[in-house]
Ligand binder design. Structure first.
Ligand code: SAM
Length: 281
């Protein structure tokens, strides 16, 4: 299932977590990040969150997960919440979710992002990565890629721009099947009026950090995130994972005066904790 055409054509119940990790691990986006999310990466954080919700006797209705990438950790959060008895409706957002799978000359195909960036070519029934691995020089892949790029890149971009082919969502097929879940393409730096005051839990995992945003933009993004909380009793979880499992995050709760206070910390806490407190004050 390395090829986009077979991955998106497969019945979701036949796609495993391993298939997803492998497929999304092959997709490097225009801003040099991978779509892959390590399965179970946030399992410990999910468990602590569920325990806190139980301690506060706080059932969740609407949940917003920001910057979901392929949605693997979103699916795990949904499963953990359901297991704990929360009948949550989950909305997942990311700046970029959609791509087009277009047919090309010689029976080839390409998976193309809306800005024209090619995520994958299919040539002679094989997936060809547009990005280079060190080993490629020794396997002849560098030569093949150069040839493919020369012949196929322009037609791929032109056909995608013309709206040809099939639109696909770069999301876990298991997540799309999960029920009580919807996704939106949404940029956290721009306030979405439809989200304001709607969510009992907002999670921003590996999104609201200095690595992604300039200081002023980060302020906007944090302010928008706070604005999406439904009101007193709502929860905000902000965290960043360093390395494979060093989670540094903060869980906040909104009080009657609509101020946020810190309920729990993971590791040394979120790097934007002080900013959240300032903007919610
Ligand atoms: C590292 S992934 C986090 C995936 C998941 N939340 C997790 O922690 O496993 C970060 C995601 O944030 C998205 N992103 C970056 N800038 C964004 C923005 N301004 N608005 C919404 N999403 C954004 C990226 O497209 C990427 O999919």
């Amino acid at each position: 299932m390395d090829r986009a055409s077979s991955f998106f054509a497969a019945p979701p119940e036949r796609v495993t977590a391993r298939d997803e990790a492998r497929f999304f691990g092959l997709l490097k986006t225009a801003n040099n990040t991978f779509k892959r999310t390590e399965p179970s990466r946030l399992a410990g954080v999910d468990k602590a969150l569920i325990a806190t919700l139980a301690a506060y006797d706080s059932p969740l209705g609407a949940v917003l997960d920001l910057g979901i990438s392929s949605g693997v950790t979103t699916l795990e959060l949904i499963e953990a919440l359901r297991k704990a008895g929360h009948a949550a409706e989950v909305t997942g957002t990311d700046r970029s979710v959609r791509a087009r799978l277009v047919a090309l000359p010689y029976g080839c195909r390409a998976l193309v992002e809306p800005d024209g960036h090619v995520l994958q070519y299919e040539v002679l029934g094989r997936a060809v990565r547009p990005w280079e691995r060190r080993l490629d020089r020794w396997t002849g892949m560098t030569v093949l890629r150069a040839l493919v790029e020369r012949r196929l890149r322009e037609p791929a971009m032109a056909r995608a721009a013309a709206g040809e082919g099939e639109e696909v969502a770069l999301l876990s097929p298991r997540l799309r099947q999960a029920g009580a879940f919807r996704w939106h393409e949404d940029d956290i730096t721009r306030r979405n009026p439809a989200f304001v005051a709607r969510f009992d839990l907002v999670r921003a995992a590996n999104l609201l950090n200095r690595h992604y945003f300039e200081p002023d933009t980060l302020r906007e993004a944090v302010a928008n995130t706070i604005a999406y909380l439904s009101g007193p009793g709502a929860w905000l979880l902000v965290l960043r994972t360093h390395g494979a499992s060093d989670h540094r995050g903060t869980l906040f709760r909104m009080d009657e005066a609509r101020r946020l206070s810190v309920v729990d910390r993971f590791g040394s806490g979120s790097e934007v904790e002080a900013l959240v407190m300032e903007l919610a004050g």
